[in-house]
Design a protein around this ligand. Sequence first.
Ligand SMILES: OCc1cccc(Br)n1
Length: 446
Amino acid sequence: STGDNGSGGGRFGALAPPPITEELQKIDVNPPKGTRDFPPEEMRLRTWLFHNFREVSRLFGFEEVDFPVLESEALYIRKAGEEIRDQLYCFEDRGNRRVALRPELTPSLARLVIQKGKSVSLPLKWFAVGQCWRYERMTRGRRREHYQWNMDIIGVPEVTAEAELISSIVTFFKRVGITASDVGFKVSSRKVLQEVLRCYSVPESLFSKVCIIIDKIGKIPVDEIKKDLKSAGVSEEAVEELLQVLSIKSLTKLEEILGGAGEAVADLKQLFSLAEKFGYAEWIEFDASIVRGLAYYTGIVFEGFDREGKLRAICGGGRYDRLLSTFGGDDLPACGFGFGDAVIVELLKDRGLLPELSLQIENIVCALDVDLQGAAARVASILREKSQTVDLVLESKPLKWVFKRAARINAHRLILVGNSEWQRGMVVVKILSSGEQYEVKLEELV
Ligand SMILES: OCc1cccc(Br)n1
């Protein structure tokens, strides 16, 4: 015997340690800052949204892909001073590897395309719906995760690829009831910037950095933009000309300034012509100030905006013909877009377009006697084998409870398994909307 009388005193009385009681700390039941739970109602809306993303991607002949949420940090280390770099959710794993929660999907797609190499035939039309992360100081109260729908076309140098992508987003908007009077696309090309910078002999090596600075137009004072451009190495004269050109909102005016020989004007004219053919010309407008905030864009860029000007950009994308070579691969023409799951829901709410999504269950099955629980389970299985949805009451409950649950889950009918009926191979069916009630043979239950 240990002489321990269980009082915690033990043989040596006071010397023994006190009994260890599990300190039950109440954990914080909220999700981490900037992240969301998706309880059933929110999950139904998310499923509806993603279903529309996937349906449009299917209509356009795109194949679904996905990648790890965790990627090598190296995929996102670009020296152009992007916001996405400053907000990288990165850390060193237990193998001392620098890793990051993906802030976007395009670099993963580029990595997979390189990995696949010649084993895939071009053009590739891939889409993904994936959670992306950023570590932003919560002072701005913004989220740290969102789900992005991406569609990408790899291997098509022509502007038809960008036109097709914009068409897919317009198709999505129309599916969910959004019209050209609700949203539009601002379209430009980074080649506009490139041609202006070349006129002032600004080195190509500054191109990405200048784009990232220009993308801050409207977000920080213009004097800061000018200061940043000059400290990046752009001459005062080039800065003034650049800002002038970026204020242009007409393609005709742009052609007057840049001339009609450059690729920028040619690409944009072709895109607007294709928009007419696709039937979405009323959705797009030229705006030279659009450059987007990712360093790797090289040509056409676009962003979806709400015409009331209340929300941040709904989606954005463009051409990125040089991304693969930054990962050591052979360059391939590429373009794509990202479409977040949060701003669109705010827009749908604003426009009264959120769908009515409630749980719909065809049958609630209940045993009227505890000895008939097995019989009720059998009825449930028979109905499920006929692809009928069944909520099986799993415990002995008063009928009042069953009717309340039936109402809560929007059950269409109540199947009651009672002794006298079961003895005759029957069950009772009650149509809950009408109150109609009848007996039916088990084998005839449909
Ligand atoms: O829109 C850029 C972005 C990237 C990751 C997570 C969130 Br929220 N937002």
